[in-house]
Design a protein around this ligand. Structure first.
Ligand SMILES: Cc1cc2nc3c(=O)[nH]c(=O)nc-3n(C[C@H](O)[C@H](O)[C@H](O)COP(=O)(O)OP(=O)(O)OC[C@H]3O[C@@H](n4cnc5c(N)ncnc54)[C@H](O)[C@@H]3O)c2cc1C
Length: 505
């Protein structure tokens, strides 16, 4: 049993936890990060098969051009100049493909370019596309930290939070194809009929501003953040799962681990799913209404990812993502019929140093509900805590891999002949590696009908317990970064922190 006094103990070394560690350590606090996995980074983790690196979560990143929001934040964290990145196709970083339609509709980088390229396919709809572009940008202006500025009179907590993405887009044009195309990459936020327009706008704007792939995997972000946090004095322990707290009259006294260690702290920051956090707090220390509100919030759907190792030269490197709808409406995709899985997919070829012309791997992401794998929920398996999976689960995985390869081959003839090996992840993989209740992709689902109910603040009802990560404002690399700034602002002051960020960028 070790007993040390820390200013801040951070639970989870996902992007948000590591960013908080950098900030707080730089501000002179004694910081400890506890991570259950062997590898740091949460959804930034990579894995390798046949000497080929696969990302588990991050396929592309927006806002990384000098002057743009994530570039400014990553400069502050001291990682911008260290990242190996490849800019995606300027005229089509995403290609949207619809059932029974031979066109591959491009999303281009830069709003003028975005409008121009899309208007080539919808010549009579140019003004609608321009209105869409303006509305997205104006919506982003409502979020001060998204624009790397302090709060001002344009407080974002206004009625525009309740605007619904599907309805706003429908109000811009009667053209059904254009409506679908404008929602075509909504897998980026698991878009459905309840998705708020602000979520659509923040995500879309980030990628239209600029789109990038990490070369040789996104884990480099976690690696550099961890290194910078350590250089600033933070301590990071992997393979250390937090299991509970010692509570006192003023909140958390110490953080307890599954192996029986305990770490005293003045502050605790949880970079984990808030519902799991609630399970760690004994009754009597948090108001039942708060606990039940947090635990009752719905999560976004989980995912299945097919990872293919390709034979040398067998498949071209595509400097764009393909979002292909197979049936149904774009806002129905989450509610797919399991008998007709999947309703669509996103296909991406990871960027590597080895080649810019050929892909050594392909990743294909689809939705998969937790209920499809729930019968095997009793098993658990990670590198840090290995376990057995049921043979029936492995059969299920294999069947889904085969099914998906067949579907993708319809779009990319000859694909199968080029495959060297096949791998996949399911909601159980994410549940175990990220520690979410159901393998959710992006955490708590935002709802335009009750935006404030699904808004989680960094402060909790336990006085010295803060939250950070994708369940707060927004998921994704930018959303989590903004959340980390909001969380640390509670401890060091927003004005102070923003002045440091401005100075660094
Ligand atoms: C399939 C998929 C694709 C995605 N693609 C993109 C993309 O292309 N671009 C993009 O910007 N975003 C993408 N995202 C979203 C993005 O990856 C996440 O929003 C972001 O990485 C989440 O960061 P986080 O800080 O919330 O931490 P998380 O990644 O959720 O990490 C939480 C950490 O806490 C640890 N932990 C949990 N419980 C405990 C415990 N009890 N004790 C100790 N440690 C614990 C976990 O092991 C984990 O390391 C994708 C997500 C998914 C799932």
């Amino acid at each position: 049993m070790s007993d040390s006094e820390y200013d801040a103990v951070i639970i989870g070394a996902g992007l948000g936890g590591l960013q908080c560690a950098v900030t707080l350590a730089r501000e002179g606090m004694k910081v400890l990060v506890l991570e259950q996995n062997h590898q740091l980074g949460g959804t930034l983790q990579v894995f390798s098969r046949d000497k080929t690196v696969f990302d588990t979560g991050v396929h592309y990143i927006g806002g990384l051009e000098p002057g743009q929001n994530l570039h400014r934040y990553f400069s502050y964290y001291g990682i911008m100049d260290k990242l190996k990145l490849r800019r995606m196709d300027m005229d089509a970083f995403d290609r949207i493909e619809l059932p029974d339609d031979p066109v591959s509709y491009p999303y281009a980088q830069g709003w003028d370019n975005f409008v121009a390229r899309l208007a080539e396919h919808f010549p009579g709809e140019r003004s609608a596309i321009e209105r869409y572009a303006r509305l997205v940008q104006e919506t982003c202006d409502l979020f001060p930290l998204y624009r790397v500025r302090d709060s001002d009179s344009k407080d974002w907590m206004d009625e525009r939070l309740s605007l619904n993405a599907e309805q706003v887009i429908a109000s811009l044009t009667p053209n059904e194809t254009l409506r679908t195309v404008l929602g075509g990459n909504n897998a980026l936020y698991a878009g459905d009929h309840s998705s708020p327009f602000y979520v659509h706008a923040l995500v879309q704007n980030t990628y239209v501003e600029s789109s990038w792939r990490c070369v040789d995997g996104g884990s480099q972000i976690a690696k550099h953040l961890a290194s910078n946090a350590r250089s600033a004095g933070a301590e990071i322990r992997s393979r250390t799962r937090v299991s509970g707290f010692d509570m006192g009259p003023d909140g958390i006294r110490a953080v307890r681990t599954a192996t029986g260690d305990s770490f005293s702290c003045k502050w605790c920051i949880a970079n984990i799913h808030p519902a799991m956090l609630m399970d760690m707090i004994e009754p009597g220390h948090v108001r039942p209404a708060y606990r039940s509100r947090i635990k009752s919030l719905a999560n976004t759907v989980a995912s299945h990812a097919l990872h293919l190792v390709m034979k040398p030269g067998a498949f071209p490197y595509l400097n764009y993502n393909v979002y292909r709808m197979l049936y149904g409406g774009v806002w129905d995709a989450v509610d797919y019929d399991p008998a007709r899985w999947p309703s669509g997919y996103m296909l991406s070829t990871p960027a590597t140093q080895k080649s810019t012309t050929h892909a050594d791997a392909i990743t294909v992401m689809t939705y998969m509900r937790y209920s499809e794998v729930e019968q095997w929920a009793g098993s658990h398996s990670t590198v840090a805590e290995p376990g057995e999976r049921d043979p029936a689960y492995l059969e299920f995985k294999h069947a889904r891999e085969e099914q998906l390869i067949g579907i993708i081959e319809e779009r990319f003839p000859g694909l199968r002949a080029g495959i060297k090996s096949v791998h996949s992840t399911t909601p159980l993989t994410f549940r175990d590696y990220i520690g979410t209740p159901d393998g959710t992709m992006y955490g708590i689902r935002k709802d335009s009908a009750s935006p404030l109910r699904t808004f989680i603040a960094p402060r909790t009802k336990v006085p010295n317990l803060l939250l950070t990560g994708q369940n707060l404002n927004l998921h994704g690399l930018l959303g989590v970064t903004v959340s980390a700034v909001a969380t640390c602002a509670e401890l060091v002051g927003k004005g102070h922190l923003l002045s440091k960020i401005h100075a660094a960028s």
